[in-house]
Design a protein around this ligand. Sequence first.
Ligand code: PAP
Length: 334
Amino acid sequence: MLAHEEKQVEELIHQLPKSGILGSQYRSIIQYQNFWFPGYLLIENILKCQKHFKAKDNDLIIASHPKTGTTWLNTLLFAIVNRANGNHPMSESPILSQHPHHLVNRLEDVNFGGGFYNQLSSSQLDDIPSPRILGTHFPYVLLPESIKTSNYCRILYICRNPFDTLVSQWHFYNKVLIDLDGEQTLKPYTFEQFFEDWFEGRILFGPFFEHVTDYWVQSLANPKKVLFLKYEDLKENPTVHLKRMADFVGMPFSIEEESRGVIREIIEMCSINNMKELDVNKNGLNYYGVEKKAYFRKGEVGGWINYFTPPMIERMNKLMQQKLQGTGLTFKLV
Ligand code: PAP
């Protein structure tokens, strides 16, 4: 990036609203286009990604708000795409030897000349064989134009009911922020504190409802381009939704594959119980420095009931009603 562009980015970021999370103990989060992001480096990289990322026609983008089923969808889509290529037998699938977040690179973690986690350089991104599966927590409004305008590149968005999402995020925030706190001064969020921040949308990539409904609207307007998936539906009937995904990406399961049990095999391989037991997911840290096993907790629907007080349930229900009114979007809560 040229020096004057660097300066423009710096000036823009300087003017954006800042806040704290974790009861304000944690370093600043920054608001850009009505969404909150973890600090300067990520905003810088988003801006550079918007400018420099060139989608390829057959790219598959997994988009999500954090803790809504991203890790699971990474593996399911990877398995669908790679079985169709006949790349490797299921028993040799990279899913069994690589953490799901290493299988699918997230756009915000690629080095576009800014800096965040920089798992990959942008030229390495170009070298990933097609179809590339890339992930992102970007809200729709911030997706690079080339993703939005390509007629062929497809987006698979996964969402989850807000109650379970909030609980999952609360567990993860406490784990991650505390693990990454080099100075070891942070105290965990209480559930009440997190609930209040969540309610105001002051969470990473929040607010939740705007993230979800923006993609929902796009999926209705252009169903060939955006597939909208729900965690609860995947739990309830994975076969149906795996077939939807395979059809959507243009790699439908054949009758022969179905009768050979390929769909069932994928579901079993990617199940949380199987994933949890793999050495690669049990041990070590990912490139953020977070324990890999932190991405596999309970993986259930309805666990929120053990955390929410009756007044919290009432407030969340009201907010949900208000935000989803007229959209046609509904969530299963148990
Ligand atoms: P991310 O956005 O940071 O990648 P993400 O994978 O979306 O996180 O969310 C993690 C949640 O998905 C966890 O939910 P929980 O806290 O309620 O348990 C995690 O357990 C769940 N999860 C991970 N893998 C699977 C899987 N294979 N099947 C079902 N749920 C899963």
